[in-house]
Design a protein around this ligand. Structure first.
Ligand code: SF4
Length: 738
């Protein structure tokens, strides 16, 4: 079956009497559109716009099971199946088209991002396929400072095919109309029927079950999963066969979704995630709905949070039955059928028990149709603070706040108990830092802390939403506490206000002094760690560097004011100068990059840097806590902004940040490769979305620079033995290459 083709005859212009008029018009350029991910959202717009310009649009054929294998083989990284299938569609299209359209979709509304993998999609396509037709990668990002929407994106694309502003304008108008019509059709038709006018002859009608549906459910899931019969394992047909009619999030009017979204403690800052959660809140209150089916892809970072929200609100604020389905390439159709059958039986049971159309039970604390989040706070107003660990961060503030009279209980350093507690109560596919943070919070609350303070943010990775899901879990466990989050940790004003509030300081100047003292303590900690990295592979006696480091960190911790820091630095230097080393010992140099928590937190990365040091490796980190802070608060004026530097270095591979530390992972790796390093170790938590983008791109970078890259992926099942073995094999390899 060939790919689906759209085209409108191009107007031919005859100028004067040259012979060219007699030539058959050149065949119109063919633009390929892969049938995956945001194709299901914006195909009408792109297909109409391009066809209006006389361009032939070729869409890849619907996914088939046979394609899954190819999709899996295209990249070694642990990308989610929808992204792999998208790459499979690119693979099937790339040799049949002149151009390939893979827009850089960053944001379509100012308060939300696309998924980090969608942010990095164009760069992944460029790096996975060495040979590609010309790539059309218009950017759509309506967020400040330089918002650019579909109009600018279409105009940029259109100028590749025509210079006529009139034609561009006409095509854009037609595209807008088509998209608006699609939006209207979505309110009354399932997506695969609504998209039909722009999807040629490939969306097969599901056909009638012959008998009238008996039940109606809301299927909450991403359209590129639900309406892809392979990714969804034919779920919608299965429901039809069980006489179950379904409604999906696209059928809920945007205003209704916005209204629901405002009821959450914090808006979901992912465009599609927001749609899913708000649609679930909408449908759970609809009496005609018999149940909710929540569909997620295994390994989907977003779903680990949005599914937790959907399950929490549906089970707590409605009595609709909910079925959670996590699908991947290993899902067995029989198993899926059994689960749907059981769910239908349950709905039947409820009906028999008169459950049909029961009004939603509201949380007695919730205001009618208002917010659904009135936390039970501790009785005592007195603050008893705790902050979950992240590497040496506590060395910066703990002693300083205690000296200012703040009652602060730090949880134990991340350990087995924190991991066990965090894993037990977290969503399965939540990332490891989330689980360790949650475990730390439980440990500290059990020690009597009542106020949790965490930095948050607005994405695009999950970190900014950690505290919302963690608070939800802790409240469901019955803890009474106050959760404080700084939603703009990049703003100095926010941080100073937080320090002033916590330490009960009188003036902004006082909080300024305290905050910058903390920052400089952390910079000194990083300086000490750097010294340790260069000494450890050369030390004559094992572990002498570690002991010097421990003493040094103690010295830094005991500083009380700025001038103590100079003296502390001299003492730390003496500590390290006392370590006996063999300066001429040959060492290999390895760069360590990755997700910030995994790089900074030794317990999480199982002391990767110490292990490498003991194997004779001089470790250079691609990101430091003090640099992360300096990029935001500029307390080291002569140190360049490391993020911007990494962005320039990453540009040949990654043009737009996809959240987290993806830019530094790629940019610093390029920097290390250019500096002739022997290898790179990339650390990431399982399912970390930005680092999966980086991992996919690093494969290309590694082969271009001929530098070995070892990606270590951590979750609660990772064993220190496995990490040690992989590091040993890696170091053997680079020493043999050296
Ligand atoms: S991680 Fe989730 S949201 Fe992102 S592309 Fe994959 S399935 Fe979609």
């Amino acid at each position: 079956m060939n790919n689906c083709v759209f085209h409108t005859p191009r107007e031919t212009h005859v100028k004067g009497n040259d012979n060219s008029a007699l030539q058959p018009p050149p065949s119109p350029p063919v633009v390929g559109i892969p049938r995956g991910l945001l194709y299901f959202h914006y195909q009408p717009l792109w297909a109409t716009f391009l066809s209006q310009l006389g361009v032939t649009v070729r869409v890849s054929q619907p996914t088939e099971r046979a394609h899954l294998e190819t999709a899996q083989s295209l990249t070694r990284s642990d990308l989610c199946l929808p992204v792999k299938v998208f790459l499979g569609h690119v693979d099937r299209l790339k040799d049949q088209v002149d151009w390939l359209l893979v827009p850089r979709m960053i944001s379509v509304s100012p308060d939300a991002f696309m998924c980090p993998k969608v942010l990095g999609l164009t760069d992944m396509v460029r790096n996975v396929f060495p040979k590609l037709p010309r790539l059309l990668d218009p950017k759509v990002n309506v967020k400040p400072p330089k918002p650019q929407g579909f109009a600018e994106a279409c105009s940029w694309v259109g100028r590749h095919f025509t210079s006529s502003h009139a034609q561009l304008g006409k095509a854009w108008l037609a595209a807008q109309e088509a998209q608006a019509e699609f939006g209207q059709r979505l309110l009354t038709h399932p997506l695969d029927e609504a998209i039909r006018p722009w999807d040629g002859d490939f969306s097969q009608s599901r056909g009638q079950a012959g008998r009238k549906p008996v039940y109606r459910v809301a299927v909450i899931g991403r359209p590129y999963v639900i309406f892809d019969s392979v990714l969804s394992h034919g779920l919608l047909d299965l429901l039809k066969r069980h006489l179950v009619d379904f409604m999906t999030p696209e059928r809920v009017p945007m205003e209704a979704k916005e209204k629901q979204s405002r009821r959450l403690p914090k808006k979901v800052y992912w465009q599609l995630g927001k749609d899913l959660v708000s649609a679930a809140l909408f449908y759970m209150e609809r009496p005609e709905m018999d149940g909710i089916i929540n569909v997620s892809s295994f390994g989907c970072g977003q779903d680990s949070f949005t599914s937790a929200l959907v399950e929490h609100y549906v089970t707590k604020y409605s009595n609709k039955p909910i079925l959670n389905l996590v699908l991947d390439e290993h899902t067995a159709d029989t198993g899926l059928n059994t689960r749907v059958e059981a769910f239908v039986d349950m709905m039947e049971q409820r009906r028999r028990n008169g459950g049909q159309g029961v009004n939603v039970q509201r949380d007695e604390h919730a205001e009618p149709s208002g917010t659904m989040h009135t936390p039970k706070e501790p009785k005592s107003p007195k603050m008893h603070l705790t902050i979950p660990h992240m590497g040496p961060l506590h060395l910066g503030f703990e002693r300083v706040l205690k000296n200012l009279g703040v009652q602060i209980t730090m949880p134990p350093r991340p350990n087995k108990e924190a991991l066990m507690l965090g894993t037990r109560y977290s969503p399965e596919c939540a990332c490891l830092p989330f689980k360790l943070n949650l475990g730390n919070m439980i440990q500290a609350l059990n020690q009597g802390a009542t106020d949790i303070m965490v930095p948050a943010g607005f994405g695009p990775c999950r970190y900014g939403y950690y505290s919302v899901i963690q608070e939800q879990i802790l409240r469901d466990l019955g803890y009474q506490f106050r959760m404080g989050r700084t939603d703009d940790p990049d703003s100095l004003r926010d941080m100073l206000a937080t320090v002033k509030m916590i330490a009960g300081l009188k003036s902004k100047w006082d909080s300024y002094k305290v905050f910058f003292f903390i920052l400089h303590r952390l910079a000194l900690v990083d300086w000490a760690l750097q010294r340790a990295h260069s000494l450890r592979p050369r030390e004559l006696k094992r572990r002498t560097t570690d002991r010097a480091l421990r003493r040094s960190l103690k010295i830094i911790e005991q500083t009380h004011r700025f001038r103590d820091l100079w003296q502390a630095k001299r003492r730390v230097r003496r500590e390290f100068d006392a370590v006996a080393i063999d300066p001429d010992r040959p060492v290999v140099r390895v760069g360590v990059v990755g997700e910030i928590f995994m790089v900074l937190e030794n317990y999480a990365n199982m002391n990767v840097e110490e292990r490498l040091g003991e194997m004779g490796v001089e470790v250079h980190r691609g990101l430091w806590l003090s640099d992360w802070l300096n990029d935001r608060f500029r307390f080291k004026p002569f140190r360049r902004n490391q993020f911007r530097r990494a962005l320039r270095q990453a540009a040949p591979y990654l043009r737009d940040p996809s959240g987290g530390e993806s830019v530094k992972s790629v940019g610093k790796s390029v920097h290390f490769a250019r500096k002739g390093f022997d290898g790179i170790v990339h650390l990431m938590p399982f399912t970390c979305m930005p680092e999966l983008v980086a991992q996919t791109i690093l494969t290309r970078m590694a082969s271009n620079f001929n530098i070995p890259v070892l990606t270590l992926i951590f979750d609660e099942h990772t064993s220190p033995g496995a990490v040690q073995t992989r590091l040993e094999a890696f170091v053997d390899l680079i020493k043999r290459r050296h």
